[in-house]
Design a protein around this ligand. Structure first.
Ligand code: MEV
Length: 319
């Protein structure tokens, strides 16, 4: 196969869940925004019959014929391997590849490096091999990869990496609606504790098995909060958005996924004048998000992380 270009790079943003975590796993909507800290994948065509992968943490080589058994390879490389396998299932002509990834963000913040790397690699492969792909097709491919490796997850992080901006999302990509606003006065603080998502999803699932009606009722309330939050963002009603964040946090508390470090971080933000705060993501730790009044000074605390929100989705980078 003759190619005019042998190397290309794509980057995808990290994400922050603003509303609707956990309920989204059961088919309710959530709101997610993309953060302007990007993961870049540079993909080079070779004829070696091998896949050579260089990441900031690991250098790894395997034969292209044996990569389909993804789980036997180190955890750090599984998402990239899954992306290559997914692409090869449709386009088997790949002879050899070198993939180099670089991340502008630390995976500890829970910004979604797995989804960003999967999306960036799949996008770069389509560009390299000159294959057209719609956002929806890219989503379906990347979401399959994430489910193969992780087993669980709503795919909101995959959608955010592809569409960017701020979106309302329903599991499996059933709904992906951009939410339009030129400002989004939300500050982000890191609790200092990194968490694993799957155990918290399982914890909520156990609770739901024990109290199905009660928990479904709470998820319906989350859905109402998400719908109102979408309206509040569109109307730029930050007071209302703050109240809705506190309400969503209250429901997450009752699901048992909040924690002491989350409370401490929220309290710190509230002492500094935010209008409302909540955990972001699975819970236990990771980040807290808070709405502030944009007519006043932005919030700076010892735990605040400087990130721009509403970042663009996956794109080709000049190399
Ligand atoms: C984790 O960041 C958010 C959850 O809703 C899981 C998911 O949607 O995949 C808990």
């Amino acid at each position: 196969m003759k190619l005019s270009k042998t190397s290309t790079a794509s980057s995808a943003p990290g994400k922050l869940l603003l509303f609707g975590e956990h309920a989204v796993v059961y088919g309710h909507p959530c709101i997610v925004t993309a953060v302007d800290q990007r993961l870049t994948a540079r993909v080079t065509q070779t004829e070696s019959g091998k896949l050579l992968l260089k990441t900031p943490d690991i250098e790894f080589e395997t034969s292209l014929t044996t990569i389909s058994t993804i789980k036997k390879h180190p955890k750090e490389v599984q998402f990239v391997l899954a992306a290559v396998v997914e692409f090869r299932n449709t386009y088997p002509e790949i002879e050899g590849l070198e993939i180099e990834t670089k991340s502008a963000f630390s995976s500890k913040f829970g910004f979604g490096s797995s989804s960003a790397v999967t999306v960036a690699v799949l996008h770069a492969l389509h560009v390299l091999y000159k294959k057209r792909v719609s956002k929806q097709m890219l989503f379906d491919m990347a979401y399959r990869c994430v489910l193969d490796v992780q087993g669980v997850g709503s795919g909101f992080d995959v959608a955010s990496a592809i569409w960017g901006g701020t979106i309302l999302y329903v599991m499996g990509g059933k709904k992906i609606e951009p939410i339009k606003t030129d400002v989004l006065p939300i500050t982000v603080a890191y609790t200092g504790v990194k968490v694993e998502t799957a155990p918290l999803i399982n914890q909520v699932s156990e609770l739901k098995k024990q109290y199905p009606t009660l928990i479904e009722h709470l998820f319906n309330e989350v859905e109402r909060v998400v719908e109102l939050a979408k309206k509040a963002i569109e109307k730029q009603d930050w007071q209302m958005l703050g109240v809705l964040m506190n309400l969503n946090q209250g429901i997450l508390e009752s699901l048992g996924v909040s924690s002491k470090v989350i409370h401490q971080t929220s309290d710190l933000l509230k002492e500094n004048g935010v209008l409302g705060a909540k955990l972001s993501g699975a819970g236990g730790g990771d980040c807290v998000v808070a709405v502030y009044d944009p007519s006043k000074q932005s919030i700076q605390t010892s735990k605040t992380i400087s990130v721009a929100l509403q970042a663009p989705g996956v794109r080709t980078e000049v190399i």
